[in-house]
Design a protein around this ligand. Structure first.
Ligand code: HPA
Length: 273
């Protein structure tokens, strides 16, 4: 299905009706990283369910709220919870959050997620700045009629993960205990985790970490010309790196464990945008 510009504008007008400013930074926080919202001051909280034409979160660990307010001196719009292909949404539907950000006035988006480590140098608890991604599964979220108000039909994605912001994230990580890497995120449609053979294949293709989110948001941000930073918390090792099964519990536990450092990192980065 194809959406119209007015479809997106209706959501944005509803949100803008509840605040008297335009947020300049957009944040989407992945599994168990939602505690960053505690840092936001002067909060206006809007349930996803109440936003016209918005999507509804089906993942229990995720809160399903849009939080507007101040973070380290910046006006932010923060999605606590996100939408995934494995929940049943089409790739085309997954443009909705970033297009809302765009129409709210957001210039820079920061994304976080939980991911499995594939690079042999990565350990659970490390963080990877996404330098680039590989999405060989399924269609583009920009498939269908183009909406020129957002961006052109065909567009470059060579530096969609803004190099300046990647450098900033590396600098800011020095003020934390985080062991930071930079690498390629491999999009996995899920909901099953990967087989060991699939992990070997992903490694051969150049993936350093694997996860089930983020890329649709990144592609949508690139289309509408936003600056973008995306970071993966490595919650577990994959395939031949471990004998343990991957579980959502360990993903959640690692998220909780590293949350204080992630919080500090995101806060510092936002302050310097
Ligand atoms: N694979 C895919 N997604 C994930 C993983 C994983 O191992 N860990 C956290 N999210």
């Amino acid at each position: 299905m194809s959406y119209t510009y007015d479809f997106f504008k209706e959501s944005a007008d509803y949100v803008l009706g509840k605040i008297d400013y335009k947020p300049e930074v957009g944040l989407i926080l992945g599994s168990a990283l939602g505690t960053i919202v505690d840092e936001i001051e002067n909060q206006v909280v809007i349930d996803f369910e109440s936003i016209p034409n918005f999507l509804k979160s089906t993942v229990k660990a995720m809160a399903g709220q849009l939080i507007l307010g101040d973070l380290n001196g910046k006006k932010v719009a923060c999605m606590n919870g996100r939408f995934h292909f494995y929940e049943g949404y089409s790739f085309e539907q997954l443009v909705i959050p970033i297009r809302l950000f765009k129409l709210l006035g957001v210039k820079t988006t920061v994304l976080t997620n939980a991911a499995g480590g594939i690079n042999y140098d990565y350990k659970p608890g490390d963080v990877m700045i996404i330098k680039d991604h590989i999405k060989f599964m399924g269609a583009s979220p920009l498939r269908g009629e183009n909406i020129p108000e957002f961006g052109p039909r065909f567009f470059d994605v060579g530096t969609m993960y803004t190099p300046r912001l990647r450098e900033l994230a590396k600098e800011c990580a020095k003020e934390t205990t985080i062991n930071m890497h930079e690498g390629n995120y491999y999009f996995w449609s899920g909901p099953q985790f990967e087989t060991p053979a699939e992990i070997n294949a992903i490694r051969m293709l150049g993936g350093d970490a694997v996860g089930m989110s983020t890329v649709t948001e990144s592609i949508t941000a690139a289309h509408c010309g936003m600056d973008l930073l995306a970071m993966s918390l490595i919650t577990n090792n994959c395939g031949d790196m471990t004998d343990e099964p991957t579980t959502p519990e360990e993903v959640g536990e690692m998220g909780t464990k590293v949350a204080p450092q992630m919080k500090k990192l995101v806060r510092t980065i936002v302050g310097k945008l």
